[in-house]
Design a protein around this ligand. Sequence first.
Ligand code: NAI
Length: 460
Amino acid sequence: SKTIKKICCIGAGYVGGPTMSVVAKQCPHIEITIVDVNAARIAAWNDENLDNLPVYEPGLQEIVAEARNRNLFFSTDIEKAIDEADMIFISVNTPTKNYGKGKGMAADLKYIELCARQIAAVAKNDKIVVEKSTLPVRTAAALKSILDNTGNGVNFHILSNPEFLAEGTAIQDLINPDRVLIGGENDEAIAALVDIYAHWVSRDKILTTNLWSSELSKLTANAFLAQRVSSINSISALCEKTGANVDEVSKAIGMDSRIGSKFLKASVGFGGSCFQKDILNLVYIARSYGLTEVAEYWDQVILMNDYQKQRFADNIIQTLYNTVSGKKIAFLGWAFKKDTNDTRESAAIYVADYLLSEQAEITVYDPKVSAERIYADLDYLNTRSSEENRALVKVVNTAYEACNDAHAIAVLTEWDEFKRYDWAKIKEHMKKPAFVFDGRKLLNRKELEDLDFKYYAIGE
Ligand code: NAI
């Protein structure tokens, strides 16, 4: 098969950045250029100070330090990178459409289409184009049509190579993946990509399929994972009414090898940029083929997640004697999960929004998320003015500061450091009774109750 010497990756985000860093580390003989229209993001990837990389992932800094300016480059010169590459990964964002037909459901493919048109305009020799972004099934047909009809008569082969990394464990997931999935029609193109992964992934874990199975598998994987979270969260509500304990139920069912123990932890709800968007996309596709029951089946996974966030906020309000007006609530965590600085669709945003609508005052501490990001997340909801958000929400640099004078603490992200705090000291500076609402079931109930906290955890 064709040996790939130069790769271009369009999109330097949470997927493009870590994925290509690992390919560069494992394949020092391949020159990789990651390009992006966002110049600030590229500058941050090139920053001398590795703490300023735009993506936080354990282990990422070390790899960037090793490969950057050796065989890994970050650039805004998209045309040059496309022109020189044998293989082009498209790793741009595919958010839910917020306008027109399919608004709030369908994937917005404008960024993908722009990439295809730009590749077609620039390419002077044959290219393999790899879909790394998560795309609706049959997108490759649209890409192929654009490439073939607007190009310079060169050959394009399209591959689907969805990414299964999870944020927070991206580097580990990339270095040691459960499987690599490659869908395509052209054997030589497929072999070229298999050869790259085979530098560090054993062949039996590299799965090749047709294009449509590959595209659909990524949406399906996310739908199944999210469904597990919503399923256990639905049971958490029932546990709270019946005296059952959701951790005990989880353990009991997880030991059944047909069910398995992973992804069975009850919480305030799933977040992240992918689960909701990809399920909505699946629902939209099912509807567009007239499969109403299929659409409604998967839609319920999202409704359950919305319910869980609302329920968590409602419980805080009810427990605080039915009013949080003027009360200070400390938020520990804002990221959608630990070990990432990503806040997209984080449950914290929605819980904060409900509480702010009840006139609560919120103080946030997150070890990796900036104040700017937190305000941007709230402003994006458009529930209230940006001035009001800034007046009601304070962002501080330590958890102790956040909890000072608070009526209640809400744990929204499962950062490890929260477990190690001096909880006696925290309590001393809080209003009494001191409430803790643990949306991640992270803290030790006995320790907190011994300190006379009023401790509430999901599903207990
Ligand atoms: P992101 O928003 O972090 O990064 C996308 C980047 O693409 C942005 O920096 C944006 O400026 C750039 N971009 C958009 N249009 C461009 C264009 N025409 N030319 C050059 N650059 C352009 O998004 P993220 O999280 O990296 O996701 C990318 C894709 O990967 C999505 O389809 C997502 O569903 C999928 N995915 C995401 C995972 C995750 O955990 N975040 C996991 C697996 C897949």
